[in-house]
Write a protein that binds this ligand. Sequence first.
Ligand SMILES: *Cc1c(COP(=O)(O)O)cnc(C)c1O
Length: 400
Amino acid sequence: MRRELPPTAGLPLRFSDLLPGRAPFAERMAAWLGIDEVQLECSGTAAMVVALQAMHRLRPDRHEVVVPAWTCPLVALAIHRAGLTLRLCDLAPNHFDMDAAQLAAVCGSNTLAIVPTHMAGRVADVQQALQIARTCGAYVLEDAAQALGAQQDGRSVGLLGDAGFFSLAVGKGLTLYEGGVLITRDASLREAFAKSRNDVIHPDLRMGLQRALELIGYAVAYRPSLLSWAYGAPLRKALAKGDPVAAVGDDFGPDIPLHPLGRWRQTVGARAMTRLPNFIDTTRQQATRRVEQLRHLPGVTVFDDAIGTRGVWPFLLLTLPTEAIRDAALQTLWTSGLGVSRLFIHALPDYGYLRGMLPTADLPNARDFAARSLTITNSPWLRDEEFAQIFAALGRALTS
Ligand SMILES: *Cc1c(COP(=O)(O)O)cnc(C)c1O
């Protein structure tokens, strides 16, 4: 089978992680994040539903949630599932952060929460969201789905805002196939989250079993020799059909599973977690070298750590000068097996299946970011000579 790299740097599981037994995942996670307690959920999306419903119960007169217009479509589905209204904020030009002026304009007395989003392991501008939230009385819920392990001023992301959540889905660093971690420093919110969980989350034996089997499948297939079968072949098939949304796995249905994170998967997580700090360091070193190299490409923006922040590196996020150049680069790279891909294909209103759930809006920067961005895996499996191939292909696209 051909060698195939994953689009993100997931922590590989070991056979010994999967053995029966008990190990304390929530406690280890809390200790590592530097917080008293975490609330485990079955996905980042579920964590978001639980958090938003709790916030809404505390401030029932507010029902709008403000999110960046270029983000994971599951965020829109979570807001919808929580019975709330989504408000879009365009991005800042050539950046994944929300535009400050537009954020201030969109927020008001109906705003329940603002959701700054730590994209690609980079730390978002939470301070900006906090300032605006404080003037309008909204919560700040940090979407740190892609940023477990990222820090700002020496503390985990998710702790500067009122609450935050991480994803343990496939492709997000530490994975339990699906999983979520909800955190807050605020005692009253913590209590509200636990209450909301009692209302929203229900046991589901079938889903529990399904996820356990999926995790075993992942542990087996997550290696360059088998990923062509598990990841590359479906990707190439979707692209051949002209369906990039399916190719990157953005084609979500409206059903959001809301069940507990099973005990055995927690144990797997607790064991794998012991290797996570090392993995984050290794991948950071690799990323630092490669980001430096990519900077030499004219007209390319490579997203790096802002001052005072130390992100994590599941993949490198780039924008190219134009959509045509980005597409020229992807023409060869996307199907090459080298772990080059795109993050979110569209700005949120441009996903067909979200229509009706979202306002249509003028979102030039979000659409521009979707059109000019691509990602390069930061898996330790991507060899220097393979990275050099990617670098050369980007260079060719830029000069053609
Ligand atoms: C993946 C992701 C989510 C949802 O997390 P799941 O664990 O997949 O439900 C939310 N926001 C962003 C930015 C994501 O990348």
